[in-house]
Design a protein around this ligand. Structure first.
Ligand code: HEM
Length: 373
């Protein structure tokens, strides 16, 4: 407000000197006899000794009145259209802060709790997948893609095969967006991912806001997200394009402790773990400890656990035990849930921020309270 009034004063100084003089005089000293005397002294020296009475020339008063009216007009314009005076438009005076984003987090968490009739009892996994697919299009060479833009709202990207089923997550977040219309879709989707991880008892995921929504010309070409039927060289090519190394690739894959595959989406079928709505290192344990065999069915090639035939692994998941360098980290995370949580958190923070030109510095990331804190 102080700066607003400073700018207003500055604007007056440069645009309306008559208004300035008249207003100041009128406002502070107009009613007093002293003023009239001074006024006469300044502009009518030859009348110094004459009686203090109006002589009949109205020009000064008219000028004063016009200037006052003009001043009122300028002030009205300033309050209604501050952008004409170099100020931010009125509607954007609201600058959301941590508390506002925490409210959005709480609203998502509340919806997660209320809508437990979806899949295995939670929208959490599909929310995380939405945030990952929004971010995972990033290409470090061209600095294109990534979570800045929320371009999956548009048909070319939303219709990419890899994004099948993510409408459920976008629709789930729509009422939250309606309740908090100031948040961008791109910030909201990532906040949805953060909230999903935390509410599914994963680590705290520090967050920065500042993504903008962009138009469909920023949609990325199809093929930037991983193909589950491929091998380790494909995994390295896709995640390497985003700037990740082997360790981060294995840590991020631990998200498959959550959720499931759907035949009407990817074509694959089933969950990876017995607790698909709680984040644990079970994915790595099961990869190493269970016996896996090709599933005999009329669908895409995938693995199933020999013992119960209820769990699944994608061909890309199995690469985490087949590939020597990947396996090293798979063993590390299977034995140490804390190491998994720490590396998962760091890799997810990086993933969610790829390609976003933040104003908020790294050291000022926010950590949201979970619903059970
Ligand atoms: C090589 C890398 C990856 C491949 C090939 C892959 C592939 C898949 C496929 C095919 C599905 C099943 C989709 C469906 O039918 O609904 C899926 C689900 C999922 N993915 Fe991945 N993914 C990869 C990496 C990741 C990463 C890095 C994350 C997050 C950090 C992630 C999180 C998830 C989650 C949470 C689900 C469950 C979604 C649900 O339950 O609806 N994935 N993934």
């Amino acid at each position: 407000m102080a700066s607003a009034s400073r700018t207003f004063t500055r604007a007056l100084r440069t645009t309306a000197p008559a208004f300035r003089t008249t207003t100041r005089s009128a406002r502070f000293v107009a009613p007093s006899q002293t003023f009239r005397k001074q006024w006469q002294r300044g502009y009518a020296t030859d009348k110094e000794d004459q009686p203090d009475k109006y002589e009949g020339n109205p020009t000064g008063l008219i000028v004063g009145a016009v200037a006052l009216l003009a001043g009122a007009g300028v002030y009205g314009l300033y309050t209604q259209k501050p952008e004409l005076f170099g100020q931010a438009p009125k509607s954007s005076f609201f600058v959301p802060r941590f508390e506002d984003y925490q409210k959005v987090y709480n609203a998502i968490a509340k919806r997660l709790e209320e809508h437990d009739d979806y899949d295995d009892g939670s929208y959490g996994p599909v929310l995380l997948r939405l945030a990952w697919h929004a971010s995972g299009t990033y290409d470090k060479l061209t600095n294109t893609g990534g979570s800045n833009g929320a371009t999956m709202r548009f048909a070319p990207e939303g219709d990419h095969g890899a994004n099948a089923g993510l409408k459920a997550a976008r629709d789930f977040l729509e009422p939250v967006r309606e309740a908090f219309p100031w948040i961008t879709y791109s910030d909201l989707w990532i906040l949805g991912g953060v909230c999903a991880i935390q509410e599914m008892q994963g680590p705290k995921i520090p967050y920065r806001a500042g993504r903008t929504d962009r138009d469909l010309s920023f949609c990325t070409p199809d093929g930037r997200l991983p193909d589950a039927s491929k091998d380790s060289s494909h995994i390295r090519a896709i995640f390497g394009r985003m700037g990740f190394g082997d360790k981060e690739m294995v840590a991020l894959s631990g998200a498959h402790a959550l959720g499931r595959c759907h035949t009407d989406r990817s074509g694959f079928d089933g969950p990876w773990t017995f607790s698909p709505t709680t984040l644990t290192n079970d994915y790595y344990k099961l990869l190493l400890e269970e016996k896996w065999a090709w599933k005999k069915w009329n669908g895409p090639k995938q693995f199933e656990d020999v013992k119960t035939k209820t769990l699944m692994m994608l061909p890309t998941d199995m690469e985490l035990v087949k590939d020597k360098s990947f396996r090293k980290y798979t063993e590390l995370y299977a034995n140490d849930n804390e190491a998994f949580f720490n590396d998962f958190r760091d890799a997810v923070v990086t993933l969610f921020e790829l390609g976003v030109p933040f104003q908020q510095p790294e050291e000022h990331r926010w950590t949201f309270k979970s619903s059970f804190d």
